[in-house]
Design a protein around this ligand. Structure first.
Ligand code: NAG
Ligand code: NAG
Ligand code: NAG
Ligand code: NAG
Ligand code: NAG
Ligand code: NAG
Ligand code: NAG
Ligand code: NAG
Ligand code: NAG
Ligand code: NAG
Length: 610
């Protein structure tokens, strides 16, 4: 992360704004852009100043705190992001509210924008720890606004700290063409769930045990002290039944916005950290987004196709990517990220006023590193590495290392068991004749790790099994004017805790399935314009022992494009969302057409806050 890279990135950006104009004016097949600006699509100039700004949203479920009255609210951050490209994040000091009893907290990120602007990536960090990765909606001349709410209780140990820095990054470009300034507010809202709970933190030192169901801890009287995060909307939250005692950021320099900018597979980022010797559990939480030539990595053909057809595009390297994590050089986990489509992506008309799955609150990925504690508990510095297999420029990746400490012991002992050697298989095939072809990638990865930790709670073994399957198929026909993308990811994770007698203390299983299909046909029009007709089906499913989430968007439509600008078009989008958990059962169905919300039906079958 040296300044050189910024310069390098800037030059790529200049190339894409200056030199691509002639390219897009007469686009050659397979160099059609995938990111667009929806410029004054269907608006009447006279009407534009009179229509009120439109509310945009991402379909999600109510937070478990939503029925509660906040104990207090902390409006903290208010900034207009105009020409912020290449600049450090905006920072402000944070301290928790005084005279306010609270046990849970949510982060509220609101934004408004008016004019002409691309979607931008943004993030919020507290003390260098990332709390939210979000992207902006592309504005209209009438203006738009939106609100993102996230349960941040798992960052409790940070939220109670005084005088730490809240940082918000949003790199925007404002000039004569791109006029949209993003106004951003960030607030924290605090809730008190059970009076018992706030006092339970003091009980902490007097003794607690694992509950047999693995759902938390009890005090000496068997009262459940910490419970209830299992219904927070964040993924894999069962790993955070109780917030960590300490969170160490695995992130870069503040001046560059903390996230690591990863430009290639070789561009692996390392962070040296040292963890307390009484750590008995640790989970790495990954934040990931993809941009530039890899924003649509799942559509990228192999380089052989690009070279043999003399294409100018740099969006290549095939359609497989995997974000990997190492500890002292050893591979400890990996993730194929869910393909979040930002609001300028594929067809921007699909994403108004309901944005793509994850666009306002990008999914995070948890890797339980407890089996590796024996390598980390020596009080020495160790390096955590983050990289992107097959990645090209650029990815924004960082992570938070959540750490749970033994309150009764200065030191715990840990050991590592040798397991089956991790297996990885990849098969690629590329068949093409000129611009027509078919490309396939399939991977299968299995990793099993286990280790024991002897703490005051006992000697427990953590067993982690991770099975990942990835399949991608790209078909290009009609001399590059018809493209069909199919991608499927299945990710199974099992985390099992057993006592030294062999009995199971807790077992957590999560199975995620992402399926994406995009079909686009392009026809050339007059004066370098072209019409793209697209159908899209993108779904995110997540099933754990105690919850089931299904979220699926289907969209279709066409658009008339000049350069990257959408001149006209029409669209339909339908989204079905359902969630069943211990305390929330929720379903919602929305449909939109031509930028208008047509239906929005939701059904809250059950909701009991914590
Ligand atoms: C906008 O309104 C002005 C005056 O009210 C009128 O002269 C003009 O033709 C209108 N333009 C359009 C595009 O309707
Ligand atoms: C706004 O546009 C709509 C449709 O284009 C038209 O029916 C309406 O009269 C316009 N309103 C104003 C105030 O110009
Ligand atoms: C941001 O811009 C809006 C609109 O121009 C203005 O009303 C507001 O005061 C600005 N806020 C800040 C913090 O500068
Ligand atoms: C931000 O907060 C200010 C002050 O409360 C308010 O006037 C403004 O509308 C808010 N902006 C957004 C985008 O929420
Ligand atoms: C935080 O900053 C305030 C004001 O500078 C100071 O009074 C307070 O002691 C600081 N708190 C801590 C924990 O450093
Ligand atoms: C396990 O840890 C406990 C508490 O730290 C300690 O008393 C005990 O000696 C340890 N057991 C072994 C076998 O080291
Ligand atoms: C903890 O348990 C594991 C597996 O049962 C065992 O191999 C290890 O020696 C134990 N450690 C201690 C300190 O007792
Ligand atoms: C093409 O561009 C020329 C010159 O700008 C213009 O006169 C003509 O009307 C355009 N044709 C179409 C079909 O837009
Ligand atoms: C998960 O499901 C398995 C099998 O249904 C069950 O044995 C186990 O207790 C469950 N674990 C939790 C934490 O609910
Ligand atoms: C969307 O717009 C197109 C053409 O402008 C129109 O044919 C279609 O009926 C519209 N759809 C809806 C649901 O309004």
């Amino acid at each position: 992360m040296c300044p050189k890279m910024n310069v390098q990135f800037l030059s790529i950006l200049l190339i894409s704004t200056i030199f691509t104009i002639p390219i897009f004016a007469t686009p050659t097949p397979n160099t059609y852009p995938s990111r667009f600006l929806k410029h004054k699509t269907t608006q009447n100039e006279n009407n534009s100043s009179t229509s009120p700004p439109q509310y945009y949203f991402e379909v999600t479920q109510p937070l478990p705190t939503s029925p509660l009255t906040p104990s207090c609210t902390l409006p903290l951050f208010n900034h207009n992001f105009s020409n912020t490209y290449g600049q450090p994040p905006i920072t402000i000091p944070y301290s928790p509210p005084k005279n306010c009893a609270w046990t849970h907290a949510t982060l509220q990120f609101t934004s408004a924008c008016k004019g002409n602007q691309y979607d931008r990536i943004s993030a919020v960090w507290l003390g260098g720890v990332e709390l939210l990765r979000t992207s902006t909606a592309e504005p209209t001349d009438d203006g738009i606004f939106w609100k993102v709410e996230k349960d941040v209780t798992k960052y409790y140990s940070l939220l109670v700290q005084e005088n730490i820095t809240l940082a918000v990054m949003l790199e925007n470009i404002v000039d004569d063409v791109f006029t949209g300034v993003y106004q951003v507010n960030v607030s924290f809202i605090y809730f008190s769930v059970h009076q018992r709970r706030s006092s339970s933190r003091k009980v902490k030192k007097t003794g607690r045990k694992f509950l047999e169901n693995g759902k938390g801890f009890s005090d000496d009287n068997g009262v459940v002290l910490e419970n209830g995060l299992s219904d927070s909307s964040s993924s894999s939250s069962d790993l955070y039944v109780q917030p960590a005692d300490l969170i160490i950021p695995v992130s870069g320099r503040e001046e560059e916005g903390f996230w690591f900018r990863i430009e290639s597979e070789l561009d692996k980022k390392l962070k040296r950290i040292s963890i307390p010797r009484n750590t008995y559990k640790t989970v790495l939480e990954l934040y990931v987004s993809f941009h530039g030539n890899d924003e649509f990595w799942y559509k990228n053909p192999p380089n052989s196709y690009i070279i043999s057809n003399n294409l100018i595009t740099q969006r290549g390297n095939g359609a497989y990517r995997e974000v990997f994590v190492t500890v002292d050089g050893k591979l400890v986990g990996s993730v194929v990220p869910f393909p979040v489509i930002f609001t300028g992506g594929i067809n921007p008309l699909f994403w108004e006023p309901v944005v793509g799955i994850g666009a306002f609150n990008l999914p995070t990925y948890d890797i339980d590193l407890t089996p590796f504690l024996s390598f980390l508990l020596d009080g020495e510095m160790h390096s955590i590495g983050l990289g992107v297999a097959d990645g090209i420029s650029f990815w924004l990746v960082d992570a938070n290392l959540h750490i749970w400490l033994d309150p009764f012991s200065e030191e715990v002992q840990a050991g590592y068991f040798e397991n089956e050697v991790p297996s990885f298989e990849i098969e690629r095939s590329a068949e093409f004749d000129g611009l027509n072809g078919e490309f396939e990638v399939e991977i299968e990865r299995t990793m099993e790790f286990s280790g024991w930790v002897n703490s005051s709670f006992g000697n427990f073994t953590t067993y982690v099994k991770h099975e990942l399957e990835f399949e991608s198929n790209i078909e290009i026909k009609k001399d590059g004017n018809k493209e069909t993308i199919e991608q499927e990811v299945t990710d199974k994770i099992e985390v099992k805790l057993t006592s030294s007698s062999g009995s199971t203390i807790s077992e957590y299983k999560v199975e995620k399935e992402y399926a994406l299909e995009i079909e686009t046909t392009t026809t050339k029009g007059a004066n370098g314009t072209y019409t793209m007709t697209t159908s899209l089906d993108n779904s995110y499913e997540e099933e754990t022992n105690s919850s089931e989430l299904k979220n699926r968007q289907k969209a279709s439509g066409w658009m008339l494009v000049e350069g990257n600008e959408v001149l006209d078009g029409q669209s339909n989008m339908n989204q079905e969302y359902s969630y069943k958990g211990n305390s929330i059962c929720y379903s919602r169905e929305v449909s939109t057409a031509n930028g208008t919300l047509l239906t929005d039906n939701n059904n809250l079958l059950c909701l009991s806050s914590y």
